[in-house]
Design a protein around this ligand. Structure first.
Ligand SMILES: Nc1ncnc2c1ncn2[C@@H]1O[C@H](COP(=O)(O)OP(=O)(O)OP(=O)(O)O)[C@@H](O)[C@H]1O
Ligand SMILES: [Mg+2]
Length: 307
């Protein structure tokens, strides 16, 4: 509902109830299998599934990983999502498919242990205590997660790694850390030193032969705008998204009745949930075949009987 006319249209609609003709033209998009074909061609690589909350990142990361594994490839399906639903989404095992999770708590502990083992030897008790205090800073977690992320990126040189990311903001933080590390590495080489022989994780993310970023969105105005903004963020980091996946498209569903019924049942469950304790009063505006436009249509919405 974007624009004044559309907002006005919330109030009426009897006059415009007849359904709009359904477009018959083929959709300007391919099926997911065609994306699997393209990903498979490289034989390995990092497939990063990104997008806003709830658009279907976990679902699609799992779907792509399963498809690649079923075609006989070794696949690591990894999530950086703190609220990972990956195992619930996958609900089972597939030969060749390994599921892992980058858990910030586990990674931080591992990183701290590593540093203490490496640097603690030369320190006395007080020095050790100082080191541990240093490592309690919030940066430690960011660095530790970044290390784990870097390991995942290098694995993609040999095998398929499908990465189910956390909702956008969190993933961009990880990108920031990757960019900061890249700049620091180059700076530490000093002026005049050719950075030819080093490859930072950011360079791997920018390498189209290794990394393919898949942006997931829903076929709705705001999600598409949000996906476009994410794409711009990635481009600023010189990472060019490989493809977009538009999830939950009714237009692409082909068969209509069972799906619409599932959708309606889902709506009923949500309405019942809202009515059973979330809201004191619940109102519903039907999804009209055509946007209710005009005073009469707006008025009709206000007169509509209870569903
Ligand atoms: N094409 C689809 N048709 C129907 N339901 C779907 C579809 N894709 C995803 N879902 C459902 O939508 C919900 C959200 O999907 P999913 O968990 O994959 O999104 P997400 O982007 O990973 O979310 P989050 O940002 O919370 O990690 C899930 O219940 C999932 O089963
Ligand atoms: Mg998810």
């Amino acid at each position: 509902m974007v624009g004044l006319a559309a907002l006005r249209s919330l109030w009426g609609g009897a006059a415009t109830l007849e359904a709009a003709p359904v477009a018959q033209a083929p959709l300007p998009a391919l099926a997911l299998g065609a994306l699997v074909d393209e990903l498979e061609r490289a034989g390995h690589g990092l497939v990063m599934v990104m997008g806003k909350g709830g658009v279907g990142k976990t679902t699609l990361a799992a779907a792509l990983a399963v498809a690649l594994a079923k075609r006989g490839h070794a696949v690591h399906l990894t999530t950086t999502d703190p609220a990972a639903h990956l195992t619930a989404t996958l609900e089972g095992e597939v030969a060749g498919l390994q599921v892992r999770r980058i858990d910030p708590v586990v990674e931080t502990q591992r990183y701290v242990d590593e540093i203490v083992a490496r640097r603690g030897r030369e320190l006395d008790e007080q020095g050790k205590a100082l080191l541990l205090e240093d490592l309690r800073s919030p940066c430690t977690e960011e660095v530790a997660v970044f290390h784990a992320f870097s390991r995942v990126i290098s694995e993609a040189r040999r095998t398929f790694v499908v990465l189910d990311t956390a909702p956008t903001g969190h993933s961009l933080l990880l990108m920031d850390a990757t960019g900061a590390y890249h700049r620091q590495t180059l700076a530490s080489l000093g002026p005049g030193v050719e950075p030819k022989r080093i490859t930072t994780p950011l360079m791997r993310l920018q390498d189209p032969a290794l990394t393919r970023v898949i942006i997931v969105t829903l076929p709705e105005t705001t999600p598409v705008s949000q996906a476009a903004a994410l794409q711009e963020d990635l481009r600023r980091a010189h990472i060019e998204p490989f493809a977009w996946v538009v999830n939950r498209s009714l237009a692409a569903s082909g068969t209509k009745d069972p799906l619409l019924a599932a959708r309606l049942n889902g709506e009923r469950r949500q309405l019942a949930r809202i009515a059973a304790g979330l809201a004191k009063r619940t109102f519903v505006v039907p999804w009209r075949a055509q946007p209710p436009v005009g005073v009469a249509a707006l008025e009709a919405l206000g007169r509509a009987a209870a569903p």
